[in-house]
Write a protein that binds this ligand. Structure first.
Ligand SMILES: Nc1ncnc2c1ncn2[C@@H]1O[C@H](COP(=O)(O)OP(=O)(O)O)[C@@H](O)[C@H]1O
Ligand SMILES: [Mg+2]
Length: 258
């Protein structure tokens, strides 16, 4: 049976007037329904490029992406995208931002609106409906952005370093909240990160990338003992630091191999 998401022989080169930068070189991988996976690798290894290709924001030079057996070739409500910056419109209230997300996807119904507002409450942002984004903290804005992403009921969530601009404590809390929310809704998720601990704490599987050109070098299955734990609890487990050391060495050897 075909996997939920299949990335097949993706290569991508950015052409500028004077240069050609190969951001991705022949990347193939697949993800199963309900899995939480991470793309881990140094800055510049093509993580954002790959996510943008999966989201159809850019067309790859070569290769295909299939979601549930169908080729993805345009921006689609099945794919939700969450970025490091929240991209909430500053001149719109939180509620207006949520509804706009539905409108852009062409699914702005009364039921979806109601669902978006209950998601907002669920994520602990009740009472902020009529606030403007700048009235909220960074962590709250990222939570609102998560609600906007979830409100369209995507089949897969693409998270591009959504916690990296936050202070450490907020980041840990948000990891927990996002993990729990996605588990509760049974969502498939793909997290991009350069943070080893975050990848281990949150994911079922980790895809390790190297840079210049971006290549998938290895795939790690996170041990079952850690997978079933929430990120905060996973960080306290003895296996966590073991796996951390291991991945640290792997990443380090990729760096020094150059
Ligand atoms: N729009 C672009 N034009 C030219 N080069 C780009 C563009 N976007 C990314 N790159 C280059 O492609 C490579 C991969 O970038 P990116 O996907 O952003 O990596 P990551 O997200 O892992 O940091 C880098 O060398 C980067 O400089
Ligand atoms: Mg990036």
């Amino acid at each position: 049976m075909m996997s939920f998401l299949v990335v097949h022989r993706i290569s991508h080169t950015y052409f500028t007037e004077k240069t050609a930068i190969t951001a991705l070189d022949n990347v193939s991988l697949s993800i199963e329904k309900g899995e939480f996976v991470s793309f881990l690798g140094p800055s510049g290894c093509g993580k954002t490029t790959l996510l943008s290709i999966i989201a159809s924001l850019i067309q790859p030079t070569e290769g295909t992406v299939m979601l549930e057996g169908e080729k993805i070739h345009s921006i689609h409500p099945s794919v939700g995208y969450m970025l490091q910056q929240d991209y909430l419109f500053p001149w719109k209230t939180i509620q207006e931002n949520l509804f706009l997300g539905l409108k852009i996807m062409g699914i702005d119904t009364a039921e979806r609106r109601k669902n978006a507002l209950s998601l907002l409450e669920r994520i602990g942002l009740q009472g902020t409906e009529h606030y403007y984004p700048q009235q909220l903290s960074g962590g709250m804005r990222q939570r609102a952005a998560l609600v906007r992403t979830l409100a369209t009921d995507p089949k897969i969530l693409l998270l591009d370093e959504p916690f990296s601009a936050l202070d450490y404590q907020t980041k840990l809390k948000l990891e927990e909240l996002v993990w729990q929310t996605l588990k509760d809704y049974g969502k498939t998720a793909l997290l991009v990160t350069h943070d080893i601990g975050e990848a281990i704490a949150m994911s079922d599987r980790i895809f390790l990338f190297s840079a210049k050109p971006g290549r998938l070098v290895r795939t790690f299955l996170v041990p079952g003992e850690l997978r079933q734990l929430s990120p905060l609890d996973a960080r306290k487990h003895p296996l966590f630091s073991e796996l951390f050391q291991f991945l640290w060495k792997e990443l380090d050897s990729l760096e020094t191999a150059k």
